[in-house]
Design a protein around this ligand. Structure first.
Ligand SMILES: Nc1ncnc2c1ncn2[C@@H]1O[C@H](COP(=O)(O)OP(=O)(O)OP(=O)(O)O)[C@@H](O)[C@H]1O
Ligand SMILES: O=C(O)c1ccc[n+]([C@@H]2O[C@H](COP(=O)([O-])O)[C@@H](O)[C@H]2O)c1
Length: 227
């Protein structure tokens, strides 16, 4: 197991003994022009069934070829530093259990980015012709107006927001949702979303999972299990 602590603004370089899973996650996956790829950023500390549910629903409802998890070196709005990147990637790979539609990546560590606007801007340039969609849970829509350059993000690629217990009704009333209201499409038309020019977004309802990494960390702490 490799232990990694990426520094904001610096790309990660691995030595020859690095874990092959980590080496693979640091590579930018291949995508062909015309393919439909969902980008699902998160701390995944730890990953859980809620993340898998959102990915599976996005694959189906948006008719995506793949969902790429972007396991972040650290959420810029969270004060708590997440656990080791190598461990989070290993846990993410274990929970998706080889699902062919989900790809675990650490491309922000490769690109040296931490803010989503920078990551998505670079990915849109490098993957020109690929139909990219940013995916996030409804709790993040509530905070989206606090993200750096959030309006630029909304202009870079369509966005799919997935329902989450606790954020169901407040999600669509969020300041960013109000500001972007005229670009929202009905979720019944969600299959069209990857084909649309940004800004465009939708709010997807479906099966909900009441799990959070915070609750899982607290439970582990109580049981004294190392994370
Ligand atoms: N149960 C869930 N239902 C819907 N979306 C979720 C769920 N859990 C996480 N997400 C979404 O997945 C993405 C990554 O979330 P993250 O890794 O922070 O998990 P989390 O459970 O929210 O963690 P934490 O409790 O530490 O904040 C975010 O866009 C978040 O909104
Ligand atoms: O760019 C920002 O300002 C920003 C602020 C908050 C969160 N994000 C991103 O949102 C994604 C979800 O974060 P999290 O911690 O809720 O898993 C993850 O990719 C973060 O890097 C990005």
């Amino acid at each position: 197991m490799s232990f990694l602590k990426p520094v904001h603004g610096q790309r990660v370089h691995l030595d020859d003994h690095a874990d092959p899973a980590l080496r693979s996650a640091l590579k930018l996956p291949l995508a062909l022009p015309g393919q439909r790829i969902g980008l699902f950023g998160g701390s995944f500390d730890p990953p859980h069934a809620g993340h898998v549910m959102v990915s599976l629903m996005a694959l189906r409802r948006l008719q995506l070829d793949q969902v790429w998890w972007l396991v972040t070196p650290g959420n810029p709005l969270k004060h708590r530093e997440p656990g080791d990147l190598g461990r989070r990637i290993a846990a993410a790979r274990a929970i998706v259990a080889g699902h062919p539609g989900i790809r675990i990546t650490a491309v922000e560590a490769t690109l040296g980015t931490r803010y989503t606007a920078d990551t998505l801007s670079l990915l849109s340039q490098r993957l020109a012709g690929v139909k990219l969609v940013w995916i996030m849970g409804a709790d993040n829509l509530r905070q989206f107006h606090r993200w750096r350059d959030w309006r630029r993000i909304a202009g870079l690629m369509p966005i799919a927001v997935y329902d989450r217990p606790g954020s169901t009704f407040r999600g669509p009333a969020a300041p960013a949702a109000v500001a972007l209201a005229r670009w929202r499409i009905d979720e019944q038309d969600a299959t069209l979303l990857p084909d649309l020019e940004a800004p465009a977004w939708t709010f997807l309802h479906g099966p909900r999972v009441a799990l959070s990494s915070t609750a899982l960390r607290a439970a582990r702490h109580k049981e004294n299990v190392p994370s």
